[in-house]
Every structure is written in structure tokens, then in C-alpha cells.
Design a protein around this ligand. Structure first.
Ligand code: FES
Length: 104
């Protein structure tokens, strides 16, 4: 099991146990985090946008071109923004924290 911390828009930190192999978006939805994830992970919406803590961004993995393009339309884009349906949970991510932007 891997622990991931979600920081809600109101600042509340929630530590959750995540199953390796799941996407971070699936983990967020399973734990009722405020996230739309409208396209269900098919890389077509940008409503699974998260801001990864700077110290963890490198470990979050490579962004493909489609993710980068979609992120351009995300509200509140930052240098460490990711679409979390494109991040797979693994031991590498144990302890990772990310902020959930307010839902549009
Ligand atoms: S859930 Fe739509 S792009 Fe991630």
C-alpha cells in the first residue's frame, strides 16, 4: 500500500491508502475527494487537475504531449500541475502530496 496526501481546496489534508496500479484519479474518487474527473480518465477533460508538491513533481512521471495540451485549459495551471488520471500509484509515490484546485 502507498500513502498519498490530498490537500483539499479548503486546506484540509487527507492521507489515503492507495493501491498500487490504480490511477491517482481513481484513488481520489474512491475517497470522495472534490474532483470531477468528467471523462473517467480518457484524457479528454482536464477536470482531474492537481498541483503536485514541488518536491514530488519529478517522481510523478513524464507528461505525454496530450496531457500537456489539455493542461493548458486547466484552471489555475502551475509548473507542477498534472492530470492525475495519468499518474499511476506505485511505491515510488509513497508519501506524495498534491493540492486539489477548487472545482470550476
Ligand atoms: S479524468 Fe479527464 S483528463 Fe483525467
Amino acid at each position: 500500500m502507498t500513502t498519498i496526501t490530498f490537500i483539499k481546496p479548503d486546506g484540509e489534508r487527507v492521507d489515503v491508502e492507495a493501491t498500487n496500479g490504480a490511477t491517482v484519479m481513481e484513488v481520489a474518487k474512491d475517497h470522495d475527494m472534490p474532483m470531477l474527473a468528467a471523462c473517467g480518465g480518457s484524457l479528454a477533460c482536464a477536470t482531474c487537475h492537481v498541483v503536485v508538491d514541488e518536491s514530488w513533481f519529478e517522481k510523478s512521471g513524464e507528461l505525454c504531449e496530450a496531457e500537456e495540451d489539455l493542461l493548458d485549459s486547466a484552471h489555475g495551471l502551475t509548473n507542477t500541475s498534472r492530470l492525475c488520471c495519468q499518474m499511476k500509484v506505485s511505491d515510488e509515490l509513497n508519501g506524495m502530496a498534491m493540492t486539489l484546485p477548487p472545482m470550476e
